[in-house]
Design a protein around this ligand. Sequence first.
Ligand code: SAM
Length: 256
Amino acid sequence: MRIDVVTLFPEMVEHAAAFGVTGRALERGLWRLGTWNPRDFATDSYRTVDDRPYGGGPGMVMLAEPLAKALAAARATQHDDGFGATRTICLSPAGAPLTHARVAELAAAGDGTAYLLVAGRYEGIDERLVQREVDEEISIGDFVVSGGELPALMLIDAIVRQRPGVLNDAESAVQDSFVGGRLDCPHYTRPEQDAGGKVPDVLLSGNHAAIRRWRLKQALGRTWERRPEMLRHRALSNEETTLLAEYQRERQQVQQ
Ligand code: SAM
């Protein structure tokens, strides 16, 4: 898989992507990253990439032309590099809120897939560019950040960690929040006892079946307490129903 980002701050994307899981996967050739600066495609001597909004008002708007040229160059390079169908995604507060389900779909694409991400700045991008060139707009949440680079990096990280071979067993994403339609369970490490209390006995028992059951119960309980809508949107298995009822009974007893 190849991911290219059109951005006024390519170093920001390249630098951040080089750390941790995404960085190791890059080094191992499990994905490729390209960056394209629309400023390099501006035609005037000032390398202008923005202009005032029609209709007046505050801020500047990104010009369509340098962006369109950057996108064309990125697509040509993806093609020459052997990558097929390119999907162009614009990071935008007006996009569809990003979910694990959408990340999983994007990550499940074949090795020959290329994504092209467009990071906006200022007040945003000339709408005609979005209408003409973009397949999908994605938002990382109901708040505004100053540019599309961090949203693009979040999307990249979320996709890359789902790709085959990227995470080792210890980091496996299977029990991550949202993957199984619930939040993750709480985690503990050494020491066994600290100012916050003692590690639950079951985790020290070495009884793997009991540990699995406890973790699933805690995960379901947390989801019920913090994100109940996640449980309303799917059917629970018999085991999940039993464990959640147990968790609710135990909670009631603590509160009485
Ligand atoms: N005027 C725009 C609005 O209110 O919708 C905000 C523009 S924002 C300052 C500049 C750029 O940051 C956007 O074009 C977009 O690429 C990115 N951005 C900001 N918040 C975002 C979010 N929640 N999700 C995805 N991208 C975002």
